[in-house]
Write a protein that binds this ligand. Sequence first.
Ligand SMILES: NC(=O)c1ccc[n+]([C@@H]2O[C@H](COP(=O)([O-])OP(=O)(O)OC[C@H]3O[C@@H](n4cnc5c(N)ncnc54)[C@H](OP(=O)(O)O)[C@@H]3O)[C@@H](O)[C@H]2O)c1
Length: 268
Amino acid sequence: MLALVTGANGMLGQDLCPILEDEGYDVIETDIDTLDITNKVSVNDYIMSLKPDIVFHCAGYTDVEKAEIENEKVRLVNSIGTQNIAEACSKINSTLVYISTDYVFDGEKTSPYTPNDKPNPINFYGLTKLMGENAVQKYCNKHYIVRTSWLYGIHGNNFVEKMISLNSDTPIKVVNDQIGCPTWTVDLVNGIIKILNEPFGIYHICGSGSTSWYEFAKEIGVNVLPCKSCDFKQIAKRPQYSVMDNNKICRNWKSALKDYMFLRTNFK
Ligand SMILES: NC(=O)c1ccc[n+]([C@@H]2O[C@H](COP(=O)([O-])OP(=O)(O)OC[C@H]3O[C@@H](n4cnc5c(N)ncnc54)[C@H](OP(=O)(O)O)[C@@H]3O)[C@@H](O)[C@H]2O)c1
């Protein structure tokens, strides 16, 4: 099976590619330097010439704060870029796996979001990721839309690494009123591999259970104090509650974090 990965140099892509190879895929790794997804002609020519059986579309504009300012750029990457990929996949009847986000939801619910719940993004990043989902559904029949959340991994800037780098005798203030599901990139990849045997459609793949950013930081083992979202000046609104029902695809977030902490301490 020939697999093409977009955003292969990103946090998720760098964990996805070697695991796919272990699973027996031949993997073509692409990122902005080799395949700019916003260039429709390049995307079309590249995918038509290589004819991958499956495309794992991990590329994205992922800076939630900057997305509120660089509206046009984020729309071009997350929405138009994803449409370009979806149209090309459709032409060669390739399967498309699109990585989306819990930020497509508004956070007004009080029980875990299911794939059937209606999205209603409250920030620009979430809106453009939803536009990407819509493009995938419209242009490519053979698709998996994978919504994940609060991702961390060994290869990227993320909450876990930020907390560890800031840790000191002075407690770090961390918000205690946003609830979600932390997800280790490796667990996400394993979850994606599992669903490839399931029907096409939308899946939620995130750590089981839920927590606040504050409780998450405490579990990482850093010196923290709880605070409220309104104590922070942030441009982008965040959903207060973005817990997703993952249909038991991934294990509990605390167990994943324990393994991640062991790995980063012993192998980084
Ligand atoms: N991180 C999270 O908490 C989280 C949560 C839910 C969903 N997701 C989704 O999961 C996916 C992977 O996230 P991640 O954390 O691995 O993101 P990441 O580390 O920011 O990786 C994204 C990659 O896409 C590349 N890229 C940006 N614009 C591109 C373009 N025009 N053409 C081709 N590649 C381009 C980036 O390159 P540059 O670095 O050079 O820009 C980067 O290598 C994204 O789709 C994201 O929306 C992430």
